[in-house]
Write a protein that binds this ligand. Structure first.
Ligand SMILES: [Fe+2]
Ligand SMILES: [Fe+2]
Length: 170
């Protein structure tokens, strides 16, 4: 379980580097920035965070980890903060497309988003996941992580990311 989530983390870190590179281009390639925001909504939120929240954290709770007042609650809060920042990025792109500002906010929100996500991933990879891995092996869940990946276009979004990486040399 955490193996596939760590794989997602590596792809998400690549997408963050790409996002920061694109928003600081002059002018930013807005179509591709929008594609990255779509990636964030589908790959990061709909897929990765659903698997963490509905399967991993739920399983951890069954094994005795509290959902409230501990690291799991912090992780879920940070998922929400990321969703909010992604929405601000999308709105800034819209303003930039209309030529009514937007580019400076886009850069600011993208840097905030990338920094939030990097710290979050580091906490999961280095603190939370090892703690969960040490405590239980199998998570019983009615939600199948592979089914979540299929329904959210996991492979499609990994291909999109690869294409953008080779287009921009990241
Ligand atoms: Fe997370
Ligand atoms: Fe994660």
């Amino acid at each position: 379980m955490t193996g596939s989530l760590r794989h997602h983390h590596d792809r998400i870190l690549e997408a963050l580097s790409l996002l920061e590179k694109l928003v600081f281009m002059d002018p930013p390639p807005l179509e591709d920035v929008k594609l990255l925001v779509d990636f964030i909504e589908s790959y990061v939120d709909a897929c990765h965070h659903t698997i963490e929240e509905c399967i991993l954290f739920q399983g951890a709770n069954n094994a005795g980890f509290p959902l409230q007042g501990g690291p799991i609650q912090v992780m879920v809060c940070e998922h929400g903060m990321g969703r909010y920042l992604a929405r601000l990025i999308r709105e800034a792109v819209r303003r930039a497309e209309l030529g009514v500002g937007g580019v400076e906010e886009l850069r600011e929100y993208a840097v905030m988003y990338a920094s939030l996500r990097r710290e979050h991933i580091s906490k999961e990879n280095n603190i939370l996941f090892p703690a969960l891995e040490a405590s239980y092996k199998e998570v019983e869940s009615t939600v199948d992580p592979e089914e979540v990946e299929r329904k959210t276009g996991h492979e499609h979004w990994e291909r999109v990311l690869e294409e953008l990486k080779s287009k921009y040399g990241v």
